[in-house]
Design a protein around this ligand. Structure first.
Ligand code: SAH
Length: 341
């Protein structure tokens, strides 16, 4: 059960050791409460007379119960709060394609437990203040619009965790799909830190889905290959891709789209092979451009990153389904007009 109560200006007594209670304290302060602290059950400080609420952090110390019982007896509600996670470790979290709706339960939990979150532009960052009381650091862009370099990000994360913080590194999609997650794990391990990885929903599958494109479809495509378009592919790679006959999904591919389309044509792919460019999946301004291998370069001239390219017959499945949806809507309209007449 979750209750929302306006705590502005209300006195909340947070019980528990400083380490265990640090996140609960931040959450109540962020909610506008006036926080009083009691670190041990036998503290000598005089207790606040009658707080509005007692937030009892489960810090594992014995001896809290009689005290909490006293408050309950006096009519003060006692809310159980989980202890903050062990300090000084790093969790790499896949944030999905950019909407809070596609965060995993583990991601939400890791964010809630964090002291500091280093986040990327493509992660769902707008809603972070509602998900965590942690300090939020944008490492996608610095003031002046210079990206923080990879080694600087790693140093920030490691230093923060060594200083005792519970660090979350929030990345777009899945940390291990073109996300440099492996390098960040290695940097933490080299510094002797505990590190965990929470998988995320990758844009390679979810962004085509946002446009109605299934990356595999029975009798249409039984494989999909995910390619980085960051650097141009070689002709050998174009040949292998064209020869597979499955769906090709390209991330970071807008800059090399012309090179890729020309390479696949040279490798013998049919010029009427359907292609889609899905820009800004799950975000305001999401847009899908559908063309084929022969026409994509001019059709997608106005497209920009972030975008996912899909090459393959599965693009037609989306069009067919859209056709059905439109036909169904037409039938609904027809039925409504007949009923109305
Ligand atoms: N680790 C990420 C990918 C990082 S590479 C993942 O698993 O999704 C960054 C590329 O991902 C972008 O250039 C774009 O191709 C793709 N991308 C990520 N989010 C996207 C979105 N919301 N809409 C379209 N493309 C997206």
């Amino acid at each position: 059960m979750q209750l929302s109560i306006d705590l502005t200006g209300r006195e909340v007594l947070v019980t528990g050791t400083d380490t265990a209670a640090r996140q609960a304290v931040r959450r109540y302060e962020a909610a506008g409460a006036v926080v009083r602290r009691l670190a041990g059950p036998h503290g000598t400080a005089p207790l606040p007379a009658k707080p509005f609420l007692v937030a009892a952090v489960d810090d594992g110390q014995p001896g809290w119960e009689p005290l909490l019982q006293q408050y309950r007896a006096a009519g003060v509600p006692v809310a159980a709060e989980p202890a903050a996670g062990a300090a000084g470790h790093v969790t790499l979290v896949g944030g999905g394609p950019g909407t809070t709706e596609l965060l995993t339960v583990a991601a939400v939990k890791a964010l809630r437990d964090a002291d500091v979150v280093f986040y990327d532009r493509l992660a769902p960052c707008q809603d972070l203040p509602a998900l965590t009381s942690a300090e939020l650091v944008d490492v996608g862009k610095k003031p002046g619009h210079h990206k923080v370099g990879q080694s600087d990000i790693e140093k920030l994360m490691v230093d923060s965790a060594l200083a005792g913080n519970n660090v979350v590194r929030l990345k777009g999609g899945d940390p291990y799909v073109f996300g440099r997650g492996g390098e960040e794990v290695a940097a933490c391990v080299a510094a002797g830190l505990k590190v965990q990885v929470v998988s995320g929903v990758t844009s390679a599958i979810s962004v085509p889905a946002a446009a109605g494109i299934p990356v595999t479809h029975r009798n249409v495509s039984h494989m999909f290959t995910v390619v980085s378009g960051h650097a141009p592919l070689t002709d050998k790679e174009h040949g292998h891709l064209a020869g597979l006959g499955g769906t090709i999904v390209v991330l970071m591919g807008i800059g090399t789209l012309h090179h890729l389309a020309a390479g696949l044509r040279r490798a013998g792919m049919r010029t009427d092979m359907p292609m889609a460019v899905v820009e800004r999946g799950y975000r305001p301004g999401q847009r899908t451009t559908i063309a084929d291998l022969g026409t994509i370069t001019s059709a997608a001239a106005g497209c920009s990153n972030p975008a996912v390219l899909v090459i393959g017959e599965v693009v037609r499945v989306a069009e067919a389904n859209r056709g059905h949806a439109e036909a169904a809507a037409d039938l609904d309209r027809l039925a409504a007009s007949l009923l109305g007449s």
